[in-house]
Design a protein around this ligand. Structure first.
Ligand SMILES: [Zn+2]
Length: 257
């Protein structure tokens, strides 16, 4: 079943929307992910996570937000690194708001952002909030959800996949989570011989601007991907998409059309 909007013809798309299909908007980034992975990891993984979820619940996946908010040193290595190409927060907010309004114009009443880049979240939230405020004034009844896919990896799965201890999702940049998912979904885009197997980055518990580049490990990764495997990626995709499907079904099930 085709779930990706850009692969559908306009008439099939309109029919699905008319039947009440939720629209899932992947939100990614163009950001360095170490020497072993390409720049579009967040965009690719948010799109595939949304795709897997959409298959389960009959949703449509919108064309992704390919660029994201600025990489932060404590969760993405920092925006100073070459290749990382980011948008100002106001622009991310504006894009998120515009997309919500566009899908509402098409007839959608249930919209979800599937986030794959830590730093996007508050700007997606702001865009959704501004869109709903505008729609509320127009008397439209719409619901928007925000989901970061790693929030749907449960404690039991974390215990299974990180037997030597879990450092937290912020330090997972270019680490086991993203690398395993890429090994499962796009192994041809991963070069495990280039993984830098270093201990997790030690960053201060505050931010400083301009960034001090020496705080970011040379690899650009905040934890090691050495323990990543395609099998872990399969489990992560399965767990996260099942969890998101459940949450979306439950929230959007409340909407009567
Ligand atoms: Zn990432």
């Amino acid at each position: 079943m085709a779930v990706y909007m850009e692969e559908l013809d306009a008439f099939s798309y309109a029919q699905k929307i008319g039947e009440g299909a939720p629209v899932l908007i992947p939100a990614g980034s163009i950001e360095q992910h170490g020497p072993h992975m390409p720049l579009h990891v967040d965009t690719l993984l948010s799109r595939r996570m949304a795709g897997e979820t959409a298959q389960r619940i009959g949703a449509i996946v919108a064309a992704p937000m390919a660029y994201g908010y600025k990489s932060q040193q404590r969760s993405g290595g920092g925006n100073h690194l070459p290749g990382t190409t980011s948008l100002d927060g106001a622009l991310v907010t504006e894009i998120a708001k515009t997309l919500v309004l566009e899908f509402i114009r098409h007839g959608a009443r249930a919209i979800g952002f599937v986030n794959g880049h830590f730093e996007n979240y508050q700007f997606l939230y702001e865009g959704a909030d501004l869109a709903l405020r505008e729609l509320g004034c127009a008397g439209e009844d719409v619901r928007v959800m925000l989901l970061s896919y790693w929030d749907f990896v449960d404690e039991a799965t974390i215990g299974r996949l990180y037997p030597n201890g879990f450092t937290g999702w912020d330090l997972e940049h270019g680490g086991v989570l993203e690398t395993s998912l890429m090994l499962h979904l796009h192994p041809e885009q991963v070069d495990m011989t280039k993984v830098v197997d270093a201990p997790p980055a030690e960053l201060p518990n505050y931010d400083v601007l301009p960034v001090r580049p020496e705080l970011t490990p040379d690899s650009g990764c905040l934890s090691s991907a050495a323990e990543a495997t395609a099998e872990k990626g399969r489990i992560l995709l399965e767990t996260a998409s099942a969890g998101m499907s459940e949450a979306i079904t439950s929230e959007f099930g409340l909407i009567s059309r």
